[in-house]
Design a protein. Structure first.
Length: 392
């Protein structure tokens, strides 16, 4: 690698869930077998945070609110709850079930003594949409899902796509598992605005519940960075599951032989579209200077963008343990290392967890929905046990 080696996380094999992967009935996805015992909760419910009244054309609305679903276990053995933030086109159901009818990560962590809060980002799902404030909704594209995780191994738009084996269905448009997945897609706020309003709602949530671990997926990556930046004393760890990227510039996948086509600046603050606290500080994103590395770190990888030296430091993100988790076959596989390099150049100690290095292979970007989702949850659990305990 032309920028040095990265710090890799070694998770002991004992941390992985024993036994095989649960089977599913493709024709009846809601009836998939579940070998978990009953989930004992002290409290189960929901609330909203961050909402503010506004008047538009003489009518009153509440905007900026975020729906929060909570699972408080009967026996809470970990001091900090986990806040789970879904990615684009999805809602909090990303973490509460799979399209073939199994449980997902919310129940996994609640069973292991974590209080869990699962959100619907503002303007999404149960958080409500006010077009007069948020603008026209961005509609979800089922075709994009086909190429990015339902049947990515057939389309082969990036070098690692053919390695995909873990989707719990055949990926065809009329497959029951596909219909469950695509049927859960939701309209959303445009990406730039979504970061701002979701960050503010996340800050309101942490101010309400206190210190917490923030687990973000995909489009929520910048929201996680911005939340941790705004409340570094309340965010005890960030688990970024394939966070939005790569840094700075957009990327399009075009297939062999070129694979990648670079676009314009999509993340003007490097890893986010909203301001972050750099040292020395910047008043505007235009003060940040970017350079492209000379060559990629290896075959099948993009060439990374980074700061021109001397690099400014992301001072607040250096105050908590951070993990970036990446699967083997995802469209993030060509570039998540760039996010880790960007963080490390900015003075952030970021652990890079590559599932393939732990023998967990074949996953796409939506790993929490796939057949071996429990194995991946176990990796996260192991990292939290090690890293959050060490940070106390």
């Amino acid at each position: 690698m032309n920028q040095g080696t990265f710090e890799l996380v070694s998770i002991a094999a004992a941390a992985l869930v024993a036994g095989g992967i649960l089977s599913f009935l493709a024709s009846r996805p809601a009836q998939a077998a579940d070998e978990d015992p009953p989930l004992n909760l002290a409290r189960d419910g929901f609330f909203s945070v961050g909402g503010k009244p506004t008047t538009i054309n003489g009518k009153s609305y509440v905007v900026g609110q975020m729906y929060v679903e909570m699972r408080i276990p009967q026996k809470q053995t970990h001091p900090y709850p986990i806040v789970m933030v879904h990615g684009g086109t999805r809602s909090g159901t990303t973490f509460t079930g799979t399209p073939d009818g199994r449980e997902s990560w919310a129940q996994y962590f609640a069973r292991r003594g974590y209080a869990v809060y699962v959100v619907d980002q503002p303007g999404r799902g149960r958080s409500g949409y006010v077009a007069e404030v948020y603008g026209p909704p961005r509609l979800a594209d089922a075709g994009s899902a086909q190429t990015r995780y339902l049947q990515q191994e057939k389309h082969k738009l990036w070098p690692q796509a053919h390695l995909h084996t873990q989707w719990p269905g055949n990926g065809e448009p009329d497959d029951p598992v596909t219909l469950q997945m695509v049927g859960s897609f939701l309209p959303e706020i445009a990406f730039e605005k979504q970061q701002e309003v979701s960050r503010d709602a996340m800050v309101a949530l942490l101010d309400k519940i206190g210190p917490a671990i923030v687990l973000v997926h995909s489009q929520a990556g910048p929201i996680g960075w911005a939340t941790a930046d705004a409340r570094p004393d309340l965010v005890k760890a960030v688990v970024a599951v394939e966070p939005n990227g790569p840094p700075v510039r957009a990327l399009e996948f075009v297939g062999a032989p070129d694979w990648f086509k670079e676009g314009g600046i999509a993340l003007p603050y490097g890893i986010a579209g909203v301001p972050l606290a750099y040292d020395p500080p910047v008043k505007d994103a235009s003060e940040l200077k970017w350079v492209n590395e000379d060559k990629p770190d290896g075959p099948g990888l993009v060439t990374c963008w980074k700061q021109a030296e001397p690099a400014r430091k992301l001072v607040n993100l250096g105050k908590m343990p951070i993990a970036v988790l990446m699967s083997e076959a995802s469209y993030h596989a060509p570039y998540d290392h760039c996010t880790v390099k960007f963080l490390q150049q900015a003075g952030v100690k970021a652990d890079f967890i590559k599932l393939a290095d732990l023998g967990i292979k074949g996953n796409s970007h939506v790993m929490m929905q796939e057949k071996n989702s429990k194995e991946i949850a176990a990796v996260i659990y192991g990292w939290l046990e090690k890293s959050v305990a060490a940070a106390k």
